[in-house]
Design a protein around this ligand. Structure first.
Ligand code: ZN
Length: 291
C-alpha cells in the first residue's frame, strides 16, 4: 500500500520551483539603504537578466514545466520575462508584492499586499494566480485562511510533511505542498562570508534526498532562486538533477498547480489543524498547563 496515491500509480511527484525575487533582494536585505546600493541591486538583477533565461532554456530542452513565484514589484519591472515564462507553459504564482514577510505585517497590511500582488500578476499574465509561496517561507496562523478566502488553491511555504496535506482553516481547507531548507539552493550556496558549497556537494544532498522521496512516495519540491541556481556552475547541477531523476521509474513531473488540482479533485491528503500555541505572556503567567 503506497503512502500517498499519486496518479496512474506513480511512485512520487517532482516539482521544480523558482522564486524570482529579483530587485526586491537589496530592499529586503537592507531596507534603509538597499535602494542606494548598486552592487546589491545588480546582484538581485542577475536573476531576471541571466538566471531566468538560463533556467528556461534548461526546462525547455528537458521538456519539464516549472512553477515560478514572482513578487509583484519584480513582475512589473520585467513584463517581457513574465510573458516568456507564461508562453513557454510554466506556472506563475504569488510571492508578495515587495517580498514582504507576512509575519512582519499587520493582518490588514498582509491582505493589502496579497491583493496588490494578485492585481499585478493578473494584469501581466491575464490570469489570477492560484498558488502562493510566502517570502522567506514565513506565514502567520491566519495566513492560510486569508489565502483560502482569496481563492488560492494551494500554499507552498510550510514544512509539516513531505507529501501534500490540507491545512484546516475556518474558511475551509487549503492544500499545502510542503517545502524544506534541505531542498532550497539558498542555504547551500548563498552564504556570504561563510563556506559556499560546491555543486557536487549539493548534488549529493539533493539526489540522496530524492531517492528517499521516491521510496516514501513523496512530493519532491525543489526551491531555487535564479540568482543562485543560475550561476554558470550551478545551472549544470539543475541539468544533472533532472537527468538523475529521469533515471527513476514512476516519477510524475508536474507544476505545483497540477499537483494541487490533482489532490483537490481526488480528495487525497490528510488534514492538519495547526495547534494554537501559548504566547510568551501566557507561558510566563503560569496559566499554561502541559498535559
Ligand atoms: Zn523569495
Amino acid at each position: 500500500m503506497a503512502r500517498f496515491a499519486w496518479p496512474d500509480g506513480k511512485q512520487c511527484a517532482v516539482a521544480l520551483t523558482f522564486d524570482v525575487d529579483g530587485e526586491t533582494i537589496p530592499l529586503v536585505q537592507d531596507p534603509d539603504r538597499g535602494h542606494e546600493r548598486l552592487t546589491l541591486i545588480s546582484g538581485g538583477a542577475y536573476g531576471p537578466a541571466v538566471g531566468v533565461p538560463r533556467i528556461l532554456d534548461v526546462l525547455q530542452s528537458a521538456e519539464v514545466r516549472g512553477s515560478f513565484f514572482i513578487p509583484g514589484f519584480t513582475a512589473e519591472l520585467h513584463p517581457g520575462l513574465v510573458k516568456r515564462i507564461i508562453t513557454e507553459g510554466h506556472e506563475i504564482g504569488h510571492h508578495g508584492y515587495l517580498h514582504e514577510r507576512p509575519d512582519t505585517l499587520s493582518d490588514e497590511d498582509e491582505e493589502a499586499v496579497l491583493l496588490r500582488g494578485i492585481d499585478v500578476l493578473e494584469r501581466l499574465t491575464g490570469r489570477r494566480p492560484v498558488g502562493y509561496r510566502s517570502p522567506s517561507w514565513e506565514l502567520k496562523p491566519g495566513s492560510p485562511e486569508l489565502l483560502q478566502r482569496h481563492d488560492f488553491l494551494y500554499d507552498s511555504s510550510l514544512m509539516g510533511n513531505d507529501i501534500p496535506y490540507r491545512v484546516a482553516t475556518p474558511h475551509g481547507e487549503l492544500m499545502e505542498l510542503p517545502v524544506q531548507w534541505i531542498l532550497d539552493d539558498y542555504p547551500h550556496f548563498a552564504r556570504v562570508g561563510g563556506e559556499i558549497a560546491s555543486p557536487q556537494k549539493v548534488f549529493e544532498v539533493w539526489s540522496s534526498e530524492f531517492a528517499g522521496y521516491h521510496r516514501f512516495n513523496g512530493c519532491y519540491v525543489l526551491t531555487m532562486h535564479p540568482f543562485v541556481i543560475g550561476r554558470p556552475s550551478r545551472i549544470a547541477l539543475l541539468e544533472r538533477m533532472i537527468e538523475y531523476i529521469n533515471d527513476f521509474d514512476g516519477v510524475w513531473w508536474a507544476t505545483l498547480e497540477e499537483i494541487a488540482a490533482y489532490c483537490l479533485s481526488t480528495g487525497v491528503g490528510d488534514t492538519w489543524t495547526p495547534p494554537t500555541l501559548p504566547s510568551r505572556l501566557e507561558r510566563e503567567s503560569g496559566r499554561v498547563r502541559h498535559p
